[in-house]
Design a protein around this ligand. Structure first.
Ligand code: BV8
Ligand code: ZN
Length: 280
C-alpha cells in the first residue's frame, strides 16, 4: 500500500489505547467464506440470502433454511483464520482494552486469537429451539476440525463446493427437534426483522462511544443497526479507519481509507504501528 494513508493509519493505531475493531464478511473472505455480496453456490444460488435469513423463510421451509445454515457451518469448519484475523488478535494482545465487534456468524475471530468478540448477529455454532429457545447440541455429523480437509487459505470460496462439486449433503435438511418441547431447532443467528441481542448491541454502542479509534474492516455498512456503530464513534470524535478494497457509505466519515484486502492490509498496519509486533 502506497501513499500517506498507511502511515497515518499506523500513527493513529500506535496512539490508540481503547480501539474498536468492527468487522464484516470481508474479514473472512480470504479464508474462503463467501461474503453476503458474493453469489451463492450450488443449490443455494437460486436464493437471495436476505430472503433465506428470515423467520418467514424458516416457517415456510425449515429444512431448506436449516440445510443452508448447515452447509455454511460445514464451510466455516473447513476454513482457517487468515492473517487479518491474527492481526486483530495482535492488536488486542497489545492493547487489552481493544473491543472487537463482529457482524460475522463464523468462529474465525475466536480461532484467530480473539476469545470473546461482541457478536451482533449471533453464531453458526449456537443452535437453539425455535419455540422455547432451549440451547441445542450441534449436530455431530461433522468430524472434528483436524479431520476436515482444510480450506487452502489462498483458495477463496475454497473447498469442493467452489469447484462446483456438490457437497455430500448440500441441500434441505430437516432440523433436529428440541429435546425439551419437540419444536424445530433453529440456527443461533439474528435474522432480518429480528432484534439484535440487547446485551451485544449495548456493549457495541458503549465501546464505540468510548473508543479513541475505530477500525472498520470488510463491511459494506448496509445492514442496520450494525452499520451505525462506526457513526457512533465518529460522532463522538474518534478517528475511523476503513479497510475495504472498494468504497462504502462509510468513506465520508473515515480519517483514512485503506483500499485493500484485510489479510494483507491489517498485518502491514500492525507492523507499521509496532515494528516488534508478532503478527504470526
Ligand atoms: C431489525 C446473520 C427490527 C444471519 C445478518 C434502517 C435502514 C434500512 C433498513 C433497516 C434499518 N433498520 C432495520 C432495517 C432492516 C434490516 C436491514 O438493515 N436491511 C438492509 C439490508 C437494508 N435490519 C434488520 O432486519 C435487523 N433487525 O432491524 O429488527 C426490530 C427491532 C426491534 C424489535 C424487533 C425487530 C437485523 C439485521 C441482521 C440480519 N442478520 N446476519 C446470517 O448471516 O445468515 S446480516 C448479514 O448481512 C451479516 O451479518 C452482515 O451484517 C450483513 C452483510 O454485510 P457485510 O458483513 O458488510 O458483508 P457484505 O457481503 O455486504 O460486504 C462485504 C464487504 O467486504 C464489501 O464491502 C467488500 O468490498 C468487502 N470485502 C470483500 N473482500 C474483502 C473485503 N474487505 C476486506 N478484505 C477483503 N478480502
Ligand atoms: Zn423447545
Amino acid at each position: 500500500m502506497t501513499g500517506p494513508e498507511p502511515a497515518e493509519a499506523a500513527r493513529l493505531l500506535a496512539a490508540a489505547r481503547r480501539p474498536v475493531v468492527f468487522t464484516g464478511a470481508g474479514m473472512s473472505a480470504e479464508s474462503g467464506v463467501p461474503t453476503f455480496r458474493d453469489a451463492q453456490t450450488g443449490l443455494w444460488q437460486r436464493y437471495d440470502p436476505q430472503e433465506l435469513a428470515t423467520p418467514a423463510a424458516f416457517r415456510a421451509d425449515p429444512a431448506l433454511v436449516w440445510g443452508w445454515y448447515e452447509a455454511r457451518r460445514r464451510g466455516v469448519r473447513r476454513a482457517l483464520p487468515n492473517p487479518g484475523h491474527r492481526a486483530v488478535a495482535a492488536i488486542q494482545a497489545r492493547l487489552p482494552e481493544t473491543v472487537v465487534i463482529t457482524q460475522n456468524v463464523d468462529d474465525l475471530h475466536e480461532r484467530g486469537g480473539v476469545p470473546a468478540p461482541v457478536r451482533l448477529h449471533g453464531s453458526l455454532f449456537a443452535p437453539r429451539c425455535s419455540a422455547c429457545a432451549r440451547p441445542a447440541p450441534l449436530p455431530s455429523d461433522l468430524p472434528p476440525h483436524d479431520e476436515l480437509e482444510p480450506h487452502d487459505e489462498l483458495e477463496p470460496h475454497g473447498g469442493p463446493e467452489s469447484r462446483g462439486e456438490p457437497e455430500p449433503h448440500d441441500g434441505p435438511l430437516t432440523p433436529p427437534a428440541c429435546a425439551g418441547c419437540g419444536a424445530p431447532v433453529r440456527p443461533g443467528v439474528v435474522w432480518f426483522g429480528e432484534a439484535l441481542p440487547s446485551a451485544a448491541l449495548d456493549a457495541a454502542v458503549e465501546a464505540a462511544a468510548g473508543c479513541d479509534l475505530l477500525l472498520t474492516v470488510g463491511t459494506s455498512a448496509l445492514v442496520h443497526p450494525a452499520a451505525e456503530i462506526p457513526l457512533v464513534a465518529a460522532r463522538l470524535g474518534a478517528p475511523v479507519v476503513q479497510v475495504n478494497p472498494v468504497p462504502t457509505p462509510l468513506d465520508a466519515i473515515c480519517a483514512v481509507n485503506l483500499r485493500g484486502p484485510a489479510g494483507e492490509v491489517l498485518p502491514a498496519l500492525v507492523r507499521a504501528a509496532w515494528p516488534d509486533a508478532d503478527v504470526g
